[in-house]
Design a protein around this ligand. Structure first.
Ligand SMILES: [Zn+2]
Length: 436
């Protein structure tokens, strides 16, 4: 989860109610291109009510399984063990489940109209490297561990929603795909979601991403970002006897100072971060390599392109400055390159999207307030391709995401789970229950 706060216009509840009130009441709460099934319609269905009640009945199970999944390490590109655990949970509940080539776990509840699908996802991976202590400490209703909320909360919510819908024997109108996906964080570069959208694109009508716990915002706008790595290399040598040779770390520092003086606009909001720097082998050696990783983000693709060019120019200039000031150029020169490690495309959900109407109606039903935000999430991929998508938190309270002090408090999480369920069923639609 990468949140960049973005103030947006508040929702207009009056408008929403008008939309909902003009929707015809039908026995089959089937969505079409323009409308979502309302929570009021949905909750007339006793199976939907049973699914809504499932969360409080299984509150302890949800907490315990969240802790168990969190204690299975899932560093970037090493999600397989946690994926297997999620797969077992879904299979044990009786769902049809498979793992794709990318490593995504996919369970399915087939709808009356299998030509159309909605997708609910939660990412498996964490930002924490192998060896991180992920033991969950539980104290006074709080669970603490790296990854407990991001995305322990989303993952267990995915499983809970799948179980609630399956065990209540709800038949959705559109097929629902429940996906625990790989590669959301960092250099994972959203590869799990990219694969899902590639495979299912023709059938996908909406994607709901569960990420973290916060229910005070809905990510409806995808923040475009790029991750770059500058690499500067040279011959290297001895700190004393080779003094005066061009030094890759010096060049990288010169480049960095130039780059951090680049002006970026506040509107459209544009940011950069020098996030990781490495190089050298010992204090008394002229290094043969220096590397810098940079994250750049913007509400504007143009600004993003401008900033990437600026970084490339600064690296070239840093190398040039270092070469010009070196006393001894006989032993070789510096080389540099800038690699694109990842790119996340931007996009926005249309204000008249049925998915947005569904989450707003769900908010009203559970008495939650949320604002629209821009952020970088799995929803970037569908939004950039014109597929309706949002990213939401799954309830409860959490903090310290991406830090070793991460924590989560499950009290009140049922609201977030009900909200997610009603949003999902709002866009999938529900087939009328059989009369008994
Ligand atoms: Zn996350």
């Amino acid at each position: 989860m990468k949140i960049t706060p973005f103030k947006s216009q508040p929702v207009k509840p009056v408008l929403l109610w008008v939309i909902l009130l003009v929707m015809p009441v039908r026995s089959v709460t089937a969505p079409n291109a323009r409308r979502a099934a309302s929570p009021a319609q949905l909750s007339e269905n006793s199976q939907v009510r049973a699914a809504l009640d499932w969360f409080s009945r299984n509150f302890t199970w949800i907490n315990d399984e969240q802790a168990r999944l969190t204690e299975i390490p899932a560093p970037p590109f090493q999600e397989a063990q946690r994926a297997a655990a999620v797969k077992s949970l879904l299979a044990a509940a009786g769902l049809k489940v498979q793992t794709d080539e990318t490593g995504n776990v996919i369970a399915e509840i087939r709808g009356a109209n299998d030509k159309e699908a909605v997708l609910l996802s939660a990412h498996l991976d964490t930002v924490f490297p192998p060896g991180t202590d992920v033991k969950v400490r539980r104290e006074d209703g709080r669970m603490s561990a790296p990854g407990i909320s991001d995305n322990g909360t989303g993952l267990i919510a995915l499983v809970a929603l799948a179980r609630a819908i399956h065990e209540a024997r709800i038949e959705p109108q559109r097929t629902i795909l429940f996906v625990a996906d790989v590669g959301e964080e960092g250099e994972g570069n959203l590869r799990g979601m990219r694969a899902m959208v590639d495979t299912y694109k023709a059938r996908l009508r909406a994607i709901i991403v569960l990420d973290g716990s916060a229910t005070d915002h809905v990510t409806t706008k995808a923040l475009a970002s790029r991750r770059l790595e500058a690499v500067i290399t040279g011959p290297g040598g001895h700190s004393w006897s080779d003094f005066g040779m061009a030094n890759p770390i010096n060049a990288l520092v010169r480049a960095s100072v130039r780059f951090i003086n680049t002006k970026v606009p506040t509107t459209p909001r544009t940011t950069f971060n020098l996030g990781q720097i490495e190089g050298g082998t010992s204090v008394n050696s002229i290094p043969f390599e220096a590397k810098l990783k940079v994250d750049i983000r913007s509400e504007s693709e143009d600004e993003l392109a401008r900033l990437e060019s600026a970084l490339r120019e600064c690296v070239a200039a840093g190398v040039r400055d270092e070469m010009e000031s070196s006393r001894d150029r006989s032993k070789g020169k510096l080389e540099s390159k800038v690699n694109l490690l990842g790119t996340r495309p931007g996009g926005e959900l249309s204000p008249d999207s049925p998915l947005l109407a569904a989450v707003r109606a769900a908010d009203d039903y559970v008495a939650n307030q949320s604002r629209a935000e821009r952020s970088s999430t799995d929803a970037n991929i569908p939004l950039s391709q014109g597929i309706d998508a949002i990213s939401i938190g799954a309830g409860g309270n959490g903090g310290g995401a991406h830090s070793l002090q991460e924590w989560y408090e499950p009290a009140g999480r049922e609201m977030g789970l009900k909200r997610a369920l009603l949003t999902l069923l709002g866009v999938s639609g529900v087939v009328q229950e059989k009369s008994k």
